[in-house]
Design a protein around this ligand. Structure first.
Ligand code: APR
Length: 225
C-alpha cells in the first residue's frame, strides 16, 4: 500500500503554532505580500527576517502532537511506501521521528545563502546578517518558498502521487497551489482529514472533519488494522 500524506498548518495547530487563515492566524497579523515574497525581502529585509526569526524562535516553545506521532507509527509499518509531503516549514514531523518528509515550502531551520547558494541548518536569528558558513557573505535568507517562487521537489511529489494507492490531506485549507491540486494528481483513493471542509473537500472520495490529534491517530489505527 503506497501512501502519500500532505500536511498543512492544521496538523501543527494543536502544538500551538498559528495557522495562516484561521481567525487570529498569521495572515491576520501580517500581509503575506509584506513578509512572504522576494519583492518584500528586497524592499525591507529586516522586516522579513524579523517575521521568520520570530517563527523560528517559536519552534523552541512547541512540541509534536499526537497527529505527528501517528504518522511516525504509520512510517514504521509502511517505511518507504509512505511519503509525507508538508507545506509546513516547522520541524515537528522530524522531531516526532518521521524520516521521510519533503518540505515543498522550505524550512525555518534552514538558511540559504544568496551569494554561494549554500543551504545550512540554522537555529538562531538571521536578522543580524550573520556570515554564510561556506562563503562568509552576509547574504543568508530564510530558506522558505515565498509567493511567486517555485516549490521544492515537485517532480518527486508528482511521481509519488501518480504511483500512490492512497492520498491523504491533513490540516490544509486547500487554497494554495500546487498542493491544492494534489488531490487531482493522485492515482488512488483520496481522503481529507481537516477541522472543517477545505476549499477542495468535494474533490475527495472521503472526508472526515475534526481535530487532527483525534482524526489522524484513529485513521492510522484503521489503516494498520
Ligand atoms: N486539526 C485539523 N485541522 C485544523 C486544525 C486542527 N486542530 N486547526 C485548523 N485546521 C485546518 C483549518 O480548518 C484550515 O483548513 O487547517 C487548515 C489551515 O489552513 P491554512 O491556515 O490556510 O494553512 P495551510 O493550508 O497550511 O496554508 C497553505 O499557504 O500561506 C501559505 O505557504 C503558506 O504553507 C502555507 C500555505
Amino acid at each position: 500500500m503506497r501512501v502519500v500524506v500532505l500536511t498543512g498548518a492544521g496538523i501543527s495547530a494543536e502544538s500551538g503554532l498559528s495557522t495562516f487563515r484561521d481567525s487570529g492566524g498569521l495572515w491576520d497579523g501580517h500581509d503575506p505580500m509584506q513578509v512572504a515574497t522576494p519583492e518584500a525581502y528586497a524592499d525591507d529585509p529586516a522586516l522579513v527576517q524579523r517575521f521568520y526569526d520570530e517563527r523560528r524562535a517559536a519552534l523552541e516553545r512547541v512540541r509534536p502532537n499526537a497527529a505527528h506521532h501517528a504518522l511516525v507509527r504509520l512510517e514504521e509499518t509502511l517505511r518507504d511506501d509512505l511519503l509525507v509531503v508538508t507545506q509546513n516549514v516547522d520541524d515537528l514531523h522530524e522531531r516526532a521521528g518521521s524520516r521521510r518528509v519533503h518540505h515543498i515550502h522550505g524550512r525555518l531551520r534552514s538558511a540559504w545563502c544568496t551569494t554561494c547558494g549554500g543551504r545550512h541548518e540554522w537555529d538562531g536569528p538571521l536578522g543580524h546578517e550573520p556570515p554564510c558558513p561556506a562563503c562568509d557573505a552576509t547574504t543568508l535568507r530564510p530558506d522558505i518558498v515565498w509567493f511567486g517562487e517555485i516549490p521544492y521537489g515537485m517532480d518527486l511529489v508528482e511521481q509519488a502521487l501518480a504511483e500512490c494507492d492512497l492520498f491523504v490531506s491533513i490540516g490544509t485549507s486547500g487554497v494554495v497551489y500546487p498542493a491544492a491540486a494534489f488531490v487531482h494528481w493522485a492515482r488512488g483513493e483520496t481522503l481529507e482529514l481537516n477541522l472543517e471542509p477545505s476549499a477542495g473537500a468535494t474533490d475527495f472520495a472521503r472526508t472526515l472533519h475534526g481535530p487532527a490529534t483525534r482524526l489522524v491517530p484513529a485513521w492510522v489505527e484503521e489503516l494498520l488494522g
